[in-house]
Design a protein around this ligand. Sequence first.
Ligand code: SF4
Length: 294
Amino acid sequence: MELNVEIDNHSGFCYGVVRAIEQAEKYLDENKELNSLGSIVHNSTEIERLKQKGLRIIDYSQMSTLKDKVLFIRAHGEPPSSYKIAKENKLRIIDCTCPVVLKLQERVKKNYKELKKNDGQLLIFGKHGHAEVNGLIGQVDGDAFIIEKNSDLDLVDYSKPVYIFSQTTKDPGEYRKICELIKQRIESVGGPADKFRAFNTICGQVSSRHPHLKEFAKKHSVIIFVSGKESSNGKILYELCCSVNPRSYSVESKQEINKDWFRSGDSVGVCGATSTPKWLLEEVAEYLNNLSNG
Ligand code: SF4
């Protein structure tokens, strides 16, 4: 079977994830043990590699019993309550909150104060329970509506001022649609249209991938999208591939690839999410090249 395989050179870890992994590895090379609050990256293969070096993934209940250790905070960021517990438990923090997320946390906090003076409501377009969203609503003591789907908009009072921020990894098109719906609802109740503010807070590293990936998926006969099943950015980008190429398949590793997906002469595009390591894309491409040669 002859296959032409191309790796998308825009895929792979984003800046924030590269930075976090580099810092964790640097620490592990010298210390052999590091407690990370949650998974550094939503990719089980990469996590396995880091675990071999001594990384331990802990949850909130484990953190509360941890004393005098080093705690790693990943790129998604954390709410102030986590820093408080860390301080009480004398944990030394390696803080790898992505600078883009950190800036967003500050903007949420600052604008919330202004909004509350006018009895307004804060909305976060994001996924319920996602670490970054938890970090954002933690800045305002949970006083925000999380908008994950259209029906979540029913909870908002449109006669009052509304500010909305987006989780950094959301789909820019979906965010635009949600903002449009909010405008319509404000209009329908005669609410204060001039008091609606939609902040453009989707990370440039994410939004710039959408148009590029669409073109990449269109030009190949088959797309192998490599991503952890837990990655929300992965789900969005995979759906984008499916929307332009019905022969798109999502896998976590080469083991999940099915030879029946291919026909001789196919051009195969290998791409992934912001949490997919480059080495994993190369491994998948190599496997496909071997299929082609074998
Ligand atoms: S997607 Fe953007 S905001 Fe999120 S970790 Fe990566 S660089 Fe930072």
